[in-house]
Design a protein around this ligand. Sequence first.
Ligand SMILES: [Zn+2]
Length: 389
Amino acid sequence: MNRWRIGMLVLLLPVLLAVKRPAGLGDVADVRTWSYEDYTRVVVELTRPVGETEVKRLTANRKAGRPERLYLDLPRVWVGRDYEAGIPIQDGLLEGVRLGQNTLTTSRLVIDLERYARHRLLVLRAPHRVVVDVYGPRKKNDREPRGVPNTRLSIPLRRIQTVVVDPGHGGKDPGAIGVGGLREKDVNLRLSKMLGERLENLGFNVVFTRKNDRFLSLEERTVIAEAARGDLFISVHANASTRRGTRGIEIYSLDENHERHSLEVAARENGVSRSEVDSLQRAMAKLHVHENSEHSVALANAVHGQLLPGLRRKYKSVPDLGVKKGPFYVLFLSSMPAILLESGFLTNKYDARLLRSDSYLQAMADHVAEGLKDYRSQSRQLASTGAAE
Ligand SMILES: [Zn+2]
């Protein structure tokens, strides 16, 4: 036993004493955390893609004074130090996070827990990052927890109360620029505000990701949605095309599969290249997002069923580009039924004229809100025919 230990020590000595950084490893560029009641997101940004990784859970080690914790290895990442200096969080859910060099070529992220119910891991690109969402236990008599694996009825059985309205882009990111310099971020915000007001009139609780012209990362948008315990998420955008003649309305739900055209839209709305969208799709395929996307498709169909016929009563020629599927970060990062609305083509002169008009935007907002109301009644019916509640 002793000899073995000495042998190990000799083996470890060169590593511990002369830690030379091996070539070709990436660095940790940033660690960000967002804390809310019962929900914390930890994001580790890296300078290169991380290898295969998964989150593991360790029970508390009272002897060593270690709390219950989660950890994940980051292969081919260098931090070059021990775990001691951590980042304290102490938000009632997480004690803190620590990063250390676990082997010569692998770093490890340790999340010390105070309370814990479940977590999920997302590995994303552009920039390369790992996102760990940690959820705390809910209070008794609270609504059904969402996103629990293999409980497919958990979403329709929950009462739909809170809608998160997400006006796309903002601040330094204008989104698409259209005819006469019409900026997507402005159209998105105007339409979103009208939609929010209409939804409140229909008895929904509305949470906006932004209410003014400011920049938000996709992570921040979805962190707001998670923290608000949103039941539905709608991201509001406007389209662009190099073909000036293209116009019409598209509604997207999240899916790792996509139709050809949606790859371009996804790349633009994600702010990444088309090849980055491919790797996102692979990540999504691994996470089986389709389990949640069934509800998102129903939501997209409900909105589509009201929006197009509703608008056409007054605006006869609005083309219907249909309900589509696409790999969108902003939908991927939220754990509730989520859709992305492309309200029209800013690059088309007819659509741009409509999108400049408050009465048109108001009509859109009214009909989208009616669609969400339809979805809410469908879910209520499902809930009343279901076994629980
Ligand atoms: Zn957009």
